[in-house]
Write a protein that binds this ligand. Structure first.
Ligand code: ADP
Ligand code: MG
Length: 387
């Protein structure tokens, strides 16, 4: 039985997707969404591994208008993915198949999975690792924004990692292309990452719509979460969380933030700005000192403390050398009563014992070591040694 024949009911039958099955062998599930399942698959001719997102448009899981909407959203997702093709930090769409009941999107495979899982494993990231991840993410965000694309669902679950832990921005399911001066008003995304203006537009009348800045807010939430391991806006009660977002109410709590330097904190405070027009753009964010290569966290220099530590180190090494060159004298009492306690004698005694009894230990035969404790002499020594 191949894995394509397994019992998973989500896997479309062979006759419903002949073209896909002719080229690819589907394997295990990598992730699941509301109306899609992502599986690893192997291209039959080349043996190359990919990830296939299988979207169910059969209508069995929803009303006709919902299915129509899903079909339109998927075609928008495909268009956007094609607009972004070739960027090193955006997931590559390799192939597309469409049948009346399923759409198959074949992507490059990100073997290391979601940044979310990686973060769960490591709990939080160093400033250096955060800098690498955020540079790559912002590079992708700057690129899509230059094409007037808004992602609208930036979060660690949608940031995938390849074999070398390089970022691949994925899941363009909510992404859209902005027309000039267009403002959006749809409420979409994931609660903890929603920008205040997205909430405002769905809560109040007569407020302006939102634009690309929502992605920069999400970048601020992601960067905060990477550095300390927990999100900036979180509350058991979702209403309280949404209120904190609307007010931009977050803190660099102790002790998680105690050892983190000022530049990343300062940068986060430029991203988690309630007013979108004052929020940093992707370009401004990448130009921040946190991302400068030559940036070295500045630690306060204490001349007296450093001098004292240097003296202590020097004294320690001088003492160590003195003891090495002048070992303490061994007393006659110790030599006569307990010579085995002195390393020098111990080596000598063991050497002599092995010379006398070592021939019982066959090379490579550890079980015969017990023979070491027998009390008869080597045959060729019997005549020379008198006990
Ligand atoms: P949804 O719109 O349902 O969230 P995604 O495109 O985000 O769909 O895919 C769902 C999950 O499938 C991802 O969070 C990830 O775990 C996995 N996945 C998606 N694409 C890939 C890929 N190219 N390589 C590895 N895993 C992937
Ligand atoms: Mg997703």
């Amino acid at each position: 039985m191949t894995q394509s024949d397994d019992v998973d009911p989500d896997l479309p039958s062979q006759d419903k997707a002949k073209e896909f099955y002719a080229k690819y062998e589907p394997k295990e599930v990598l992730g699941k969404g509301v109306s899609s399942t992502v599986r690893r698959c192997v291209e039959k001719t080349s043996g190359t591994e990919y990830a296939v997102k299988i979207i169910d448009i059969s209508g069995e899981k929803g009303e006709e208008h919902q299915v129509e909407q899903l079909r339109r959203d998927t075609s928008r997702e495909i268009n956007i993915l094609r607009m972004c093709a070739g960027h090193p930090h955006i997931i590559e769409l390799h192939d597309v198949f469409e049948t009346p009941t399923f759409i198959f999107l074949v992507f490059e495979l990100c073997k290391k999975g979601e940044l979310f899982d990686y973060l769960t494993e490591v709990v939080s990231m160093s400033e250096k690792r955060t800098r690498i991840i955020m540079t790559q993410l912002l590079d992708a965000v700057e690129y899509i924004h230059s094409k007037n694309i808004v992602h609208r669902d930036l979060k660690p679950e949608n940031i995938l990692l390849d074999d070398n832990l390089n970022v691949k921005l994925s899941d363009f399911g909510f992404a859209t292309v902005l027309a000039p001066a267009e403002e959006l008003s749809e409420l979409c995304g994931t609660p903890g990452y929603l920008a205040p203006e997205v909430l405002a537009v769905s809560m109040y009348d007569n407020v302006p719509g939102y634009g690309k800045e929502v992605d920069m807010w999400a970048c601020g939430v992601i960067m905060y979460t990477l550095l300390c391991g927990s999100p900036p806006f979180w509350h058991r009660k979702q209403m309280m969380m949404l209120r904190a977002i609307m007010q931009g109410n977050y803190h660099f709590n102790s002790p998680e933030w105690d050892d983190i330097t000022e530049p990343p904190k300062e940068l986060i405070s430029k991203l988690l700005v309630v007013n979108p027009s004052q929020r940093f753009t992707a370009k401004e964010t990448l130009a921040h000192p946190f991302f400068k290569r030559e940036f070295v966290p500045i630690k306060k220099f204490h001349a007296r403390r450093t001098f004292r530590a240097a003296i202590l180190c020097t004294r320690f090494f001088f003492r160590l050398r003195h003891f090495y060159e002048n070992p303490p004298p061994i007393s006659l009492d110790v030599v006569t009563t307990n010579p085995y306690s002195v390393k020098l004698f111990r080596k000598l005694i063991d050497g002599c014992a092995f010379g006398m009894y070592g021939h019982w230990v066959k090379k490579g035969d550890n079980q015969n070591r017990a023979a070491l404790f027998e009390h008869s002499l080597r045959d060729d020594w019997k005549n020379d040694v008198k006990l």
